[in-house]
Design a protein around this ligand. Structure first.
Ligand code: 5GP
Ligand code: ZN
Length: 141
């Protein structure tokens, strides 16, 4: 994808602070970090979101995420971290090349994912389970 910023990083046409690379994934520092050390794991093959990530990239993307997370924990002496991915504009995705964020967390760092947690009403837990299970289809990936 010629107009994709992450594809440009992967091809080397724009610079990035590279942390790690394997056959199908690249790990770089995010230029606007939540905390210093905030890393991004990018599949080398362009895909817009999690659902379009090719199956042959799963292992390399997760391997890179684990290697880099361990390096963040060890180098920054982290007690915790968040690993997440925004998918779709309404979910906060701004670069439409799938990526995982890995960000350090610190005690009292005042970062909060504000969640208004709900409770299922009578029968709804089972109803949702039944509805979603009808669409579980591993062979469609
Ligand atoms: P999203 O909002 O799609 O979940 O995350 C995109 C991330 O990419 C943001 O955290 C943003 O700071 C980062 N980003 C955007 N442009 C660049 C860039 O040119 N280089 C790097 N290293 N990160 C970028
Ligand atoms: Zn791309």
């Amino acid at each position: 994808m010629t107009d994709c910023i992450f594809c440009k990083i992967i091809s080397g046409s724009i610079p990035a602070e590279i942390l790690y690379e394997n056959d199908k994934a690249l790990a770089v520092l995010d230029i606007n970090p939540i905390h210093y050390g905030h890393a991004l794991i990018l599949p080398k093959q362009h895909c817009t979101d999690f659902l379009s990530l090719p199956e042959e990239s799963y292992q390399s993307v997760l391997q890179a995420a684990k290697v880099v997370t361990q390096a963040l924990v060890d180098s920054l002496k982290l007690e915790g971290f968040n690993l997440f991915s925004n998918n779709g504009t309404i979910a906060g995705q701004s670069v439409f090349h799938f990526h995982l964020h890995i960000t350090p967390r610190y005690r009292d760092d005042d970062i909060r994912f504000v969640l208004n947690l709900q409770k299922y009403s009578d029968g709804d837990l089972k109803r949702y389970g039944t509805m979603i299970r009808k669409f579980i289809n591993p062979s469609a990936l």
